[in-house]
Design a protein around this ligand. Structure first.
Ligand code: NDP
Length: 275
């Protein structure tokens, strides 16, 4: 039986094993998928010792994973971050399915048209790096990147190489940016309920807000988005399922159907305060 894992920290509540088990049942592929706790110091060692056929990588290891790959896909190179590892000889090839996952969720599940939209991306970590190229590829008008550590927003903007559309900013500039069609929370701040104050002036009645977090970690941002008057406030569960489906397809050559798994996951998260 082929063996897969997701590496990250904290990893105990990861939903990836549930998702991949569901995809495996649906497609009739025999596999095992486990969650392995690993941090910056022991990731490479634990990955080597695991003997897995492929892996996902989550917070805080996506940039570490990028650094250890022998080769990387074009979308992983633009992101500077890897969330999917595939064997390449005795080393690893890295890919990044986060961006495609978000864009598929927004456009196919929620029916949004991203073309010519003004987008605010909060955060410049591994997740933000993954989604930014895909948002640009979806034809948005402009991407403002605001991060607590302004230098990381600058570095992400430099890596994207699209100065006409990409504008890095510090948090202190948020009140001067005007209204956005789409606001994306790609920070880990809300995991601890510590979302910095966001001006309501960022929101118009047409605005859609999406938090890449889900469950308890998404409550603070989504509550702010609703209070500010967003037309829709979405969490990251749909992206989670879609990025997993893309990883599954890279490993197994079969793209699973996601709607039933998304519904099962939604039911699971809504009855589990720890998710
Ligand atoms: P990283 O550790 O790489 O980056 C964390 C980001 O959050 C940085 O931009 C960091 O800013 C910011 N941040 C952390 N704490 C605070 C705070 N108190 N105030 C303001 N900003 C803060 O994590 P990832 O980018 O990998 O993940 C970010 C979130 O997205 C996670 O919660 C993760 O669960 C979620 N995610 C969801 C996915 C899905 O499929 N739905 C996929 C990937 C991620 P700074 O640079 O200043 O430290």
């Amino acid at each position: 039986m082929r063996r897969y894992a997701v590496f990250g920290s904290p990893i105990a509540h990861s939903l990836s094993p549930f998702i991949h088990a569901a995809f495996a049942r649906q497609t009739g592929i025999a596999l095992e998928y486990v969650a392995i706790e690993a941090g910056h110091g022991d990731f490479a060692e634990k990955l080597a010792a695991s003997g897995v056929d492929g892996a996902n990588v989550t917070l805080p290891l996506k940039e570490d994973a990028f650094a250890l790959c022998r080769s990387t896909s074009a979308r992983a190179q633009r992101a500077g971050a890897v969330n999917t590892l595939l064997h390449e000889g005795d080393g690893w090839r890295g890919d990044n399915t986060d961006g495609l996952g978000l864009v598929r969720d927004l456009t196919e599940r929620h029916g949004l048209d991203l073309r010519d939209r003004r987008v605010l991306l909060l955060g410049a970590g591994g997740a933000a790096r993954g989604v930014a190229p895909a948002l640009l590829d979806a034809g948005i008008h402009s991407l403002y990147i605001a991060n607590r550590t302004a230098e990381r927003a600058d570095a992400l903007a430099d890596a994207l190489g699209d100065p006409a559309r990409v504008h890095p900013r510090g948090w202190d500039a948020l009140s001067d940016l005007g209204e956005f069609d789409l606001l994306v929370n790609a920070t880990a701040a809300t995991r601890t309920g510590a979302l910095p104050v966001l001006p309501m002036a960022l929101v118009a009645p047409r605005s859609v807000a999406v938090d890449l977090n889900y469950g308890a970690s998404a409550v603070a941002f989504l509550a702010w988005a609703r209070a500010a008057g967003c037309a829709q406030a979405l969490d990251g569960l749909g992206m989670l399922v879609e990025q997993a489906a893309e990883s599954f397809s890279l490993w197994h050559g079969v793209r699973p159907e996601t709607d039933a798994v998304y519904a099962a996951l939604r039911a699971r998260v809504e009855t589990s305060p720890a998710a």
